[in-house]
Write a protein that binds this ligand. Sequence first.
Ligand code: TYM
Length: 332
Amino acid sequence: MTRIFSGIKPTGHLTLGNYLGAVRRWVAEDQHRAEALFCVVDLHALTVEHDPARVRRLSRQAASLLLAAGLDPRLCTVFVQSHVDEHARLSYLLECVATDGEMRRMIQYKEKSERARRSGQSVRLSLLTYPALMAADILAYRADEVPVGDDQTQHVELTRDLAVRFNQKYGATFVVPRATPPAVAARVMDLQDPAAKMGKSHDATAGIVYLLDEPEAITRKIMRAVTDSEPGVSYDPEGRPGVANLLEILSACTGKEPAALAESYEGAGVLKRDTAEAVVELLRPLQARHAELAADAGYLEEVLHEGAARARALARPTVDAAYRAIGLLPPQ
Ligand code: TYM
């Protein structure tokens, strides 16, 4: 059976980008058609300046939102990365297989390290080695597919390279995975800056729709989205990125093609209104379920406890095999 692994980082509140680019498909398709694991990757949240209490809070919230979105622990495994030691164990081995150069070539490293430097912060070494941990997340489970948005495909490519290199040097140990980005909304853009990805760790929040935003806030943010001064509505991601972003969001909500949707609008105002309504309706059930789950902390703990046990049992044999293959003496 196909195995799927994907993860979400608790560095901020989950956004519409996370939902449309990743989580929605995990719920609607992946958990039904494969053996699937979905992970709140909290170790990755330590690669940038962070507040420990906030990371804990966001980790719990992310897990709860995954369940509220419809991940069903009877169909898939939901767990927290730091509860399973195998991720960190394997990450070190992959650092021994990766090169400094390939880590430095990662676009996210370049962008985030640049941002940290500009704001006078030092760059944590773990930000550079992040892709080795991400590769460990995937390879420890021998996952075949990794459903992610566009921004993560470079990391999955590197994961493939590391798996192939390890297998060639030390013997067949890992499955070589592939990224499976969604057909639409693979990159939802910031509503205020359609040249930038809608990202949960950004400071300026006016262009970001969070999954737990009130309907009024969602409507306000979408109605104020930056478009352009051209008349009418057309689907042209290069020339008209703001309008294209709204069309793609609406497309992801309605299942209709962005170009076909464009033809039914005469002005950006009505497009914004319809997009806002569609997003509010899309998120309404998720928000209601999240409120219900918040009242039952015991349930979430139980799910995460069982999820970690299942994940550990799957990862352990592969990581042990990698330890032996690379030349480490098994414990006597
Ligand atoms: P993260 O937490 O930034 O994002 C989680 C998922 O949401 C997708 N995504 C988007 N998709 C479309 N438009 C957007 N604006 C948008 N923003 C985020 C991401 O592509 C991702 O699929 N490094 C990963 C987490 C990770 C991981 C893994 C993923 C760690 N280990 C192993 C898969 C497998 C990250 O930072 O995702």
